[in-house]
Design a protein around this ligand. Structure first.
Ligand code: CO
Length: 456
């Protein structure tokens, strides 16, 4: 058999600690080993975007843009990958095109080489603007297929989506399985279909949540996956990615050999073990997050279940938790089977909690109405007609690209930030302000530049 080395995308600097350490890894935890990471031979390192941006500003007193520049300076050879939520950028609602374009442009200028772009509903209209901007900026554009299970998410649907992403200029396709729902043989079939029918490199991103992650990666590799996402062992398995060392060892001496040497990974793992421990201590985190195969039955990610349970406790209805487990899939079906990923996971989850606590659709939050109106994009399946009537009456659903309704925002944001006392803020600060206004103002007012890590 011909050699077909598999490429490894290391997630320890982003999804690994986002999944297992509440996104609290600091630049000072990364710096001592960046040079070593740069020499491993990784295809790429995911190190920015996702929740890291918010966490930098909100919890770590770090400028995320400065973190990016520092990372790039110390990772000269290895491409830095970021995760971008399409028209939502890194926030929770849609932004105007001018903000999306500028954000993408500045991300690339500050050090990002690969932009992985997804939309919670797999509505490609929400990816258009970001994908085009990323292309223009010279980045590698990775278009995402957000994986979920429903009558509207068959291989054929995903292949159509893959073809559309290819037409839009994607350089590679990522199967994004954020909840760990992708079973090994389903992965084999999906990867094979995408490889034959779309023809772009396929990257598989899964989570170990259900305990199947490494089997899923292996079947995907055998079916032709080009890139797999893994995390170094101290930040691997449970709700994070499968383990880098184990996958590298598994493929060693086979046609899929990654070419990566285990001893250097072992050194890095020793180091990150101490980081995990210090994050757990410093931020009072849960050191043991177990796998949760129940996700396969309820299709609700584990982290989300604990959030919902907390919401129920606050409302004094924690005893209705068993009903919630039945209500979630029901609400998801009525709302057109959205994949459960930010922000749709929160929207469906809150609706289910309210239904269980107050009676079905007695109180309907604005976000649910917006979802039904089409403001987040097209739902994969139709909305239940009765639920639609209860939520929006006879109001028409929009059938155009949601961001077409949003006027340019960048100039207004600059002016507002000037009014707040930062007239000469660099464009990066304006973009931070666009994403998380209150948190950014707080950061700008209280961060002492002299005490920050300055481009080290
Ligand atoms: Co992930």
């Amino acid at each position: 058999m011909d050699k077909k080395p598999v490429k490894i995308m290391e997630t320890v600097l982003r999804d690994g600690h986002q999944s297992l350490a509440a996104t609290r890894m600091r630049i000072k935890d990364m710096l001592p080993v960046l040079e070593k990471i740069d020499n491993v031979g990784y295809y790429a390192v995911e190190a920015w975007g996702g929740a890291t941006f918010d966490a930098c500003l909100r919890f770590l007193n770090e400028d995320p843009w400065q973190r990016l520049r520092t990372l790039k300076k110390h990772l000269p050879k290895t491409p830095i990958q970021m995760l971008l939520r399409g028209q939502n950028i890194l926030g929770y609602n849609h932004y105007a095109d001018d903000v999306v374009r500028e954000f993408v442009k500045r991300s690339v200028a500050n050090g990002v080489s690969i932009i992985r772009i997804f939309d919670a509903l797999n509505d490609t209209r929400n990816l258009e603007c970001a994908m085009r901007a990323a292309k223009e900026a010279g980045a590698h554009v990775q278009g995402c297929i957000v994986y979920t299970i429903s009558p509207y998410h068959k291989d054929s649907n995903f292949v159509e989506l893959g073809k559309e992403l290819a037409q839009m200029g994607a350089d590679s396709i990522c199967i994004k399985d954020m909840a760990g729902l992708l079973r090994p043989y389903a992965a084999e079939s999906l990867v094979r279909s995408l490889k034959t029918e779309v023809g772009l490199p396929v990257d598989l991103h899964t989570h170990f949540t259900s305990g199947m992650g490494d089997m899923t990666l292996l079947k995907a590799v055998e079916a032709g996956a080009d890139i797999i996402d893994t995390a170094l062992s101290p930040f691997a398995t449970s709700t994070s990615q499968p383990c880098t060392e184990s996958m590298v060892a598994t493929l060693q001496g086979t046609p899929y050999d990654t070419g990566i040497q285990l001893p250097v990974l072992n050194d890095l793992a020793d180091y990150f073990k101490t980081v995990r421990k210090s994050l757990t201590d410093d931020f009072n985190l849960n050191p043991n997050i177990p796998i949760d195969p129940k996700v396969l039955t309820f299709q609700i990610p584990g982290g989300m279940l604990s959030n919902l349970l907390n919401q129920m406790k606050e409302m004094g209805v924690a005893d209705k938790y068993p009903q919630l487990l039945e209500e979630m899939p029901r609400v998801r079906a009525e709302l057109g089977y959205p994949p459960l990923v930010t922000p749709t996971s929160q929207i469906v989850g809150s609706m289910a909690v309210l239904n269980v606590a107050l009676g079905r659709y007695k109180m309907i939050p604005r976000e649910v109405k917006d979802l039904i109106l089409g403001k987040y994009g097209r739902t994969p399946g139709p909305i239940d007609p009765e639920v639609r009537k209860l939520a929006i009456g006879n109001a028409p659903q929009i059938d155009h690209r949601p961001a077409d309704d949003i006027a340019p925002q960048l100039k207004k944001l600059k002016d507002k930030l000037a009014e707040e006392g930062f007239p000469n803020a660099p464009i990066e600060d304006v973009l931070s302000y666009a994403s998380f206004p209150e948190v950014t103002l707080n950061f700008l007012r209280h961060s002492n530049i002299g005490m920050n890590f300055h481009d080290m």
